[in-house]
Design a protein around this ligand. Structure first.
Ligand code: PBG
Ligand code: ZN
Length: 334
């Protein structure tokens, strides 16, 4: 037995007994600039609508969003990603491509308050449509479903409006086929060749998005998103196909979402496309579960959150979208 294992000559604990030794050989480190904070914009002034399932997070009117942007900039976060919640929703989500729409107001407020802060926008329709789906719906296929190609036309309008308002990066999240190519084409034609696309390339139909749908008031009014988001039980290689296609269409960065139940997928995609910066979305349900357990005194929130973020980084993420972004930056600073 001792022959095969190498024990007692080999003792892994020698690498761990001294704290400085552990620090010396540590490979994964987190910094504030790794984190992207999701923010929710609503209309009005001095409006702060708490999101009960995500303690500490709220829908903010543009003036309060501006305060948040200054704080985020001071903390040195990597950026923010904005989600708009319009006053009026309709069948095609027209507020999302209205130059005076809610997200456009939010983008301008953030840009005024913190001009150098990286502002990403979530490019999708579910927050803006009255039916809550990620595009226009019809029953062409014999069942109510999102019409892929009709949605692409509206996506182009949405992206151009976000960029006119000042978005630095656009992040399409609707899982429409061809969405990256359509958006790249529209941007290039509009002389916005410099705007990067962060594609939600590998996005699963996940129950972990539950709290987000309260935050964005975007729960589908009928059916679910399984006809466009990926099946959690699909072969892992399907993630490679999704990523490959988005890269070919012109994605600059890609995302795996959710993060924790899909770290195998994140690692797979990182290994397969070295040099392509990958992001991971530490989604609302992942955050809410820890908050709930911590509120009960069952886990130490700070320790669990930092361990979680470390694991996502270790799996290969260059950037992490997380509701802990501000707290984590503060924890790392002390
Ligand atoms: C919109 C979108 C969703 C999330 C990000 N963008 C919701 C969904 O697809 O239903 C989820 C984020 C989270 O749960 O934190 N398409
Ligand atoms: Zn959507």
């Amino acid at each position: 037995m001792s022959d095969k294992s190498g024990f007692p000559q080999v003792r892994m604990r020698r690498l761990r007994y001294h704290p400085a030794m552990r620090r010396l050989i540590r490979d994964t480190s987190l910094s504030a600039s790794d984190f992207i904070l999701p923010l929710f914009v609503r209309t009005g002034e001095q409006q702060r609508q708490e999101i009960s399932s995500m303690p500490g997070h709220a829908q903010l009117s543009p003036d309060l969003l501006a305060d948040e942007a200054r704080e985020v900039w001071e903390l040195g976060l990597g950026g923010v990603i904005l989600f708009g919640i319009p006053d009026e929703k309709d069948a095609c989500g027209s507020d999302s491509y209205d130059d005076d729409g809610v997200i456009q107001q939010g983008i301008r407020a953030v840009k005024d308050a913190a001009p150098e802060l990286l502002v990403m926008t979530d490019v999708c329709f579910c927050e803006y449509t009255d039916h809550g789906h990620c595009g226009v719906v019809n029953d062409r296929t014999g069942r109510m479903d999102v019409d892929n190609d009709a949605t692409l036309e509206l996506l182009k309008k949405q992206v151009l409006s976000h960029v006119r308002a000042g978005a630095d990066v656009v992040a399409p999240s609707g899982m429409m086929d061809g969405m990256v190519a359509a958006i790249r084409g529209a941007l290039d034609e509009a002389d916005a060749q410099h705007i990067p696309i962060l594609s939600y390339a590998v996005k699963y139909a996940s129950a972990y998005y539950g709290p987000f749908r309260e935050a964005a008031e975007s729960a589908p009014q009928f059916g679910d998103r399984r006809a466009y988001q990926m099946d959690p039980a699909a072969a892992a290689e399907q993630a490679i196909r999704e990523a490959e296609l988005d890269l070919a269409e012109g994605a600059d960065m890609m995302m795996v979402k959710p993060a924790l139940a899909y770290l195998d997928i994140l690692r797979l995609v990182c290994d397969r496309f070295p040099g392509v910066p990958m992001a991971a979305y530490n989604v609302s349900g992942e955050f809410a579960m820890v908050k709930a357990a911590a509120a009960n005194g069952w886990v130490d929130e700070r320790a669990v959150a930092l361990e979680t973020l470390t694991a996502i980084k270790r799996a290969g993420a260059a950037a992490i979208l997380t509701y802990w972004a501000k707290e984590a930056a503060r924890w790392l600073a002390d």
